[in-house]
Design a protein around this ligand. Structure first.
Ligand SMILES: O=C(O)C(=O)[C@H](O)CO
Ligand SMILES: [Mg+2]
Length: 248
């Protein structure tokens, strides 16, 4: 079977209520969906849209925290709030049978931040059998974010040493911070839990920019990547006119 794709509803159809966005993704031909922060929408409404369309929600994020924050898990002295955010995400994921939970690190740096992140990740990995993801973010969009490179993520995954902890490999962030996307996909495959993509550097549809996505999709297919790839790009208006890449 060939590659399939997941619509990231944090960006695609973001003007629609989440249940309607799930239905729009289904109509457009996506094989799955994923989201950012679904917490304002009752989980029963999301579960109903998923079962009505037959789509799976591949993942959701832990809450960002207060204004100007981007996750709490690597913030020393915020451990209780970080664990509460993990509990909330797991409960929501259980209610809609989501595949994975992305535990967001937050703006922090240094050894204490790493120790806090590792503690929160150990807690999350022990609290669920679902996949726990960590995602390096690029320093243009998220300056000061704790987790910025795949090498740093690899080290943390090794230290936590939990079977359900994996890397969110977002080709967009990896290209901006490191490049060498093909070799990194090949080498990191055993620890990757989800793959996302967008054009670089403008984070648009994967049909232009400095990354050649037909090549990257072929690499993922050659490697036998089993899950839908996450289309996490900003359509800059209605989503449907940007989907030429999906039809091809
Ligand atoms: O920004 C990204 O790439 C993500 O995948 C996250 O959900 C964090 O915003
Ligand atoms: Mg991403």
């Amino acid at each position: 079977m060939g590659l399939t794709f997941s619509a990231n509803l944090g960006f695609l159809w973001q003007e629609l209520p989440l249940p309607d966005a799930i239905r729009a993704a289904h109509r457009a031909g996506f094989a799955a969906v994923e989201c950012h922060w679904p917490y304002d929408v009752p989980a029963q409404q999301v579960a109903a849209a998923l079962s009505g369309t037959g789509l799976r929600m591949l993942g959701l994020n832990t809450r960002r925290g207060g204004p100007g924050e981007n996750g709490l898990s690597a913030l020393p002295a915020r451990g209780a709030e970080a664990r509460a955010a993990v509990d909330e995400a797991i409960a929501y994921a259980d209610a809609i049978d989501a595949g994975a939970i992305h535990v967001m690190a937050g703006f922090a740096t240094g050894q204490e931040a790493e120790a806090a992140f590792i503690d929160t990740l150990r807690y999350a990995c022990a609290a669920t059998t679902r996949t726990i993801l960590i995602e390096p973010l690029n320093s243009y969009d998220a300056p000061g974010y704790f987790l910025t490179t795949t090498a740093q993520a690899e080290g943390i995954i090794a230290k936590v040493a939990a079977p359900n902890l994996r890397l969110m490999f977002d080709c967009y962030h990896v290209q901006l911070m490191e490049g060498d996307v093909t070799h990194k996909l090949e080498r990191l495959l055993p620890i990757i839990g989800h793959i996302q993509f967008a054009s670089v550097p403008d984070r648009g549809a994967p049909d232009h920019g400095e990354l050649n996505y037909p090549h990257i999709f072929a690499v993922a297919e050659r490697l036998g990547w089993p899950l839908p790839l996450g289309a996490e790009y900003k359509p800059g208006g209605p989503t449907e006119p940007t989907l030429g890449w999906l039809l091809r």
